[in-house]
Design a binder for this molecule. Structure first.
Ligand code: F0G
Length: 482
């Protein structure tokens, strides 16, 4: 996207791409939407895509590919070992990240599993700016302890702080002083911090974390799944770096890290993942696990077609027009909602728009899962599928009580280059309507609850009759309109 000045005076984001392949969408009537969400146990993961109008569940594996990416897929060299396609990707990674070794994996969580198996010992701590669900699960599975040391601003829903993903350096120093450097498996930074609203880390903060790691001989690992958004935010929000190219910034970030891993379902607009390092020792330790769990070293569980597309997608990530699309669309949506008084995470991050369900539904207590209830209400009101990012996404405490999330968010992801402005306007409109009618929305309770990662498969039911009342009000206000 490019921010362009319009004749009527305002500056607005303008697409620097055009649509060449489309997919027909279906928007079922409101009564059917109610049935679908009930069948799905009020869990948007369990909806069928055929019943969804705008799929804002995630930006993972669903970003639009470029014509060049799609064309490259036809050239893929399909071989188990030594594929020319893999060499292309390896060379592109060496060029962009200036590191020697690359280990391919089928997606981001596979990288987390391997990193945790190799580098996390029983009782060791992994300090991080904030956790991601699968990251935390893998670290804990290997006996590790996650310590979140995000700056105070990170957990403030509304803020003017441009880098809410920053790590608190004082807390990091204290943690190391208290436990000793030996007790720290590695420090993990997450670019574009997912669970607090796609909020970036500044390059200045990354450098400060690096110097603490240097002082204590601790390894620095970066989860770069959302690096594209973070690169854009450094370029546009950190005055010191405004004249650097995205390519230069990418190299600077890479130079600070011992290990970079990523989900290529986000970074590079393909499907896969990988681990990048300059350390032969780290590479050798992880290599066998790749062949054991993922596949041979020249594909790591990815299809060669996706590898071709990834090599192109990573190169395209160096283009500011390309990586600005997500953040600028998100900003557009967030601004419209703020104008309407709907509570959302600010400033706008990458990834998508995050609605503050705790404020939106301040009459629904946290043990009745306000973010889950809002996700269900949003689907009923719009056919749009968002994702609960609150207490349902947490695991229970050892005593069986709910572990309340710091934030109760409804995430409306904006997969990159997928939606149009009128679709965003529709989403904003239905959210405004829901906000007007928020007192009609009630809570949820579990009827089926798996022990691990319950948000994927768990089923919930509405407490009381609020969903029927919401449908009745919708009919009253919108008549026969979809
Ligand atoms: N790290 C981050 C920051 C992520 O956002 C994700 C995935 C992963 C790791 C795991 O990668 O899915 O390829 O195994 N996030 C997706 C999401 C699932 O919807 O936010 P993966």
């Amino acid at each position: 996207m490019a921010n362009v000045k319009f004749f009527y005076g305002k500056t607005a984001p303008l697409e620097m791409h055009k649509v060449r392949v489309v997919q027909k969408l279906n928007l079922p009537p409101v009564e059917e939407r109610l049935e679908h969400i009930k069948e799905a146990g009020n869990n948007t993961f369990l909806l069928l895509n055929k019943d969804v109008y705008l799929d804002m569940l995630t930006d993972s594996g669903v970003n639009a590919m470029s014509d060049k990416q799609v064309a490259s897929m036809l050239e893929a060299d399909d071989s188990y070992a030594g594929s020319a396609t893999y060499t292309k990707l390896e060379n592109k990674i060496r060029e962009l990240f200036h590191k020697e070794y690359f280990l391919p994996a089928h997606q981001g969580r596979a990288c987390e599993s391997i990193l945790s198996q190799v580098f996390v010992k029983e009782g060791q701590i992994v300090p991080m700016n904030y956790h991601f669900t699968t990251t935390k699960a893998h670290i804990q599975l290997n006996g590790g302890i996650v310590e979140e040391i995000i700056t105070k601003d990170g957990l403030n829903i509304t803020s003017d702080e441009p880098f809410k993903g920053n790590m608190d350096i004082g807390l990091l120093e204290n943690l190391i002083a208290k436990n000793g450097a030996d007790k720290i498996a590695f420090v993990r930074l997450e670019a574009g911090t997912n669970l607090i609203g796609g909020q970036p880390i500044s390059l200045k903060n990354m450098k400060e974390v690096r110097s603490v790691c240097d002082k204590h001989g601790i390894m620095l690992v970066m989860d770069s799944s959302l690096l594209a958004d973070n690169l854009y935010f450094i370029k546009t929000r950190e005055a010191e770096y405004k004249d650097k190219s995205i390519r230069e910034l990418n190299k600077e970030i890479s130079d600070l890290c011992d290990i970079i891993y990523f989900s290529a379902r986000k970074l590079g607009h393909a499907r896969g993942g990988g681990i990048i390092t300059n350390s032969k020792d780290a590479y050798m330790k992880m290599r066998e696990l790749i062949t054991l769990y993922e596949g041979f070293l020249t594909y790591g569980g990815m299809s060669v077609r996706e590898i071709e597309a990834l090599a192109i997608g990573l190169e395209e990530t160096m283009d500011e027009d390309m990586i600005s699309q997500g953040p600028l669309f998100t900003q557009y949506m967030v601004e419209k909602l703020v104008e309407a008084g709907v509570p959302v995470v600010t400033p706008a991050g990458g990834l998508g728009c995050h609605v503050d369900a705790m404020a939106f539904l301040d009459h629904v207590p946290q043990n009745e899962y306000p973010a889950g209830a809002l996700a269900s209400a949003m689907y009923i009101a719009s056919g749009i599928r968002g994702m609960e990012r609150g207490t349902v996404s947490e695991e229970r405490n050892p005593d069986g009580s709910d572990h309340y999330a710091n934030m109760e968010l409804l995430r409306l992801a904006l997969p990159r280059r997928v939606f149009t402005m009128s679709q965003i306007d529709y989403a904003v409109d239905r959210l405004k309507w829901l906000y007007e009618n928020r007192k009609l929305i009630g809570g949820l309770e579990f009827v089926e609850e798996p022990k691990l990662l319950r948000f994927f498969f768990g089923k919930l039911t509405a407490k009381g009759d609020w969903q029927n009342k919401l449908v009745a009000k919708y009919k009253e206000d919108f008549g026969d309109s979809l």
